[in-house]
Design a protein around this ligand. Structure first.
Ligand SMILES: Cc1cc2nc3c(=O)[nH]c(=O)nc-3n(C[C@H](O)[C@H](O)[C@H](O)COP(=O)(O)OP(=O)(O)OC[C@H]3O[C@@H](n4cnc5c(N)ncnc54)[C@H](O)[C@@H]3O)c2cc1C
Length: 367
């Protein structure tokens, strides 16, 4: 592609790759800039489950993303049925109430022999809520499949190029790469936790929350997705340092996870994650570590995505802040922002619109 693209996309994670695919399929000339590799961030190193986010404001994105995943192909395979999520606790008082507002997930409290029968891999003495959700997928499969779809539709993927939104007098000019302006008709920033820096708007309320996940292969892994109770609170002052989780996709189990603002020492944390995990799944005591994933969740101030036009910069849009739910919600978020850039009628739900945090600014970074 020699001429300036209609849209430059910054970031090659699940959101940026899906954006590039939808834009190119909508007829736009698209160039995506990824500084490292497709799925180099959380989109390649997550726990690997598509599941209901248990937040009514996000349910629509989840349902639409399921539809995108059903037809995605290109190495991505969505399990036809959910394997079931068990929210587990080692003390009854830590479990909290069942999420009865999501009746379609058929929440059910299990303990003792009933829990043992539902999930024989669990330790004795636990209590759980079972929810009818959770579709395990290999961690990078979704982003890679959307990247392939974007290329097929004619998008150019510039891998190894770090880009920053360039704007002047309240108008996006394109992106700056190594100090040089690359003009573009519009710019969509989907750089995960680095979106504030890449979007030349340091006031965007998105910050990294690092997680470490250990890969193991058990002879008889749990069939359910397992999550220790408490993972629903990832903003504010009550964020836990670490909670047990376990997701098995294609024979590999991802045992996590941590929630820390700074990049952690993953090697040092791995044995502790497995030791803690063994309190929930005893077979983890003897499990050999096969791999390690460390990455940062892009967490917004209220835990929900930031989507839509960047206030004060015509021709610039943001798609980020998916926190712990980017694989689950990313495709639908990308579709909304792609429709916006393509000039199609689209209504970004107010609970997801980036403008809920930002007031227009007269101009941002000069090119
Ligand atoms: C431990 C862990 C487990 C998780 N498990 C799940 C799960 O099971 N299910 C789920 O739905 N979600 C999960 N998540 C969350 C999910 O992984 C993220 O929300 C999602 O991957 C974010 O996607 P993204 O495209 O916004 O950002 P990223 O994946 O971070 O992608 C951003 C990309 O932008 C690139 N980039 C950054 N700055 C620039 C620049 N200036 N120029 C060019 N490129 C740039 C980066 O290299 C990166 O590749 C998990 C997250 C963690 C940390």
């Amino acid at each position: 592609m020699s001429a300036a693209p209609d849209v430059a996309v910054i970031g090659g994670g699940i959101v940026g790759c899906a954006l590039a695919a939808f834009l190119a399929e909508g007829g736009a000339r698209v160039r995506l800039y990824e500084r490292e590799a497709v799925a180099a961030g959380a989109s390649g190193r997550n726990s690997g489950v598509v599941q209901h986010p248990l937040d009514a404001a996000l349910a629509g994105l989840y349902e639409e993303s399921l539809e995108h995943y059903r037809t995605l192909g290109r190495g991505f395979e969505l399990p036809a049925e959910p394997v079931g999520l068990l929210v587990v606790a080692d003390r009854p008082e830590a479990l909290g109430p069942p999420p009865v507002e999501f009746g379609e997930l058929r929440p059910e409290r299990l303990e003792g022999a009933e829990l043992r029968a539902a999930e024989p891999a669990l330790a004795d003495g636990l209590v759980a809520h079972r929810l009818d959700t959770g579709r395990p997928v290999p961690p990078a499969a979704a982003a890679r499949a959307f990247a392939a779809r974007a290329r097929e539709a004619g998008a150019e993927l510039r891998i190894g190029e770090e880009a920053v939104l360039a704007a002047r007098d309240g108008r996006a000019l394109g992106v700056t790469v190594r100090g040089e302006l690359h003009p573009a008709g519009a710019v969509a920033v989907a750089a995960g936790p680095w979106t504030p820096e890449a979007g030349a708007a340091a006031h965007l309320p998105i910050s990294p929350l690092w997680g470490v996940v250990v890969e193991v292969a058990l002879d008889t892994p749990p069939t359910h997705v397992l999550e220790q109770a408490g993972v629903d609170e990832l903003t504010g002052s009550a964020v836990p340092e670490s909670l047990f989780s376990m997701v098995t996709a294609r024979g590999v189990s991802a045992v996590g996870s941590t929630f820390e603002p700074e990049r952690p020492d993953a090697e040092a944390l791995a044995p502790r994650l497995l030791a803690r995990g063994a309190r929930f799944v005893p077979a983890l005591e003897y499990a050999a570590q096969r791999g390690l994933r460390a990455c940062a969740r892009p967490v917004s101030a209220d835990g929900r995505p930031l989507l839509g036009p960047l206030p004060g910069v015509d021709g610039a849009a943001i798609a980020s802040g998916h926190g712990a739910w980017g694989i689950t919600l990313g495709p639908a978020s990308a579709r909304l922002v792609a429709d916006l850039a393509l000039g199609r009628p689209v209504a970004i739900p107010p609970a997801l619109d980036v403008s809920r945090f930002l007031t227009p600014r007269p101009s941002t970074r000069q090119s």
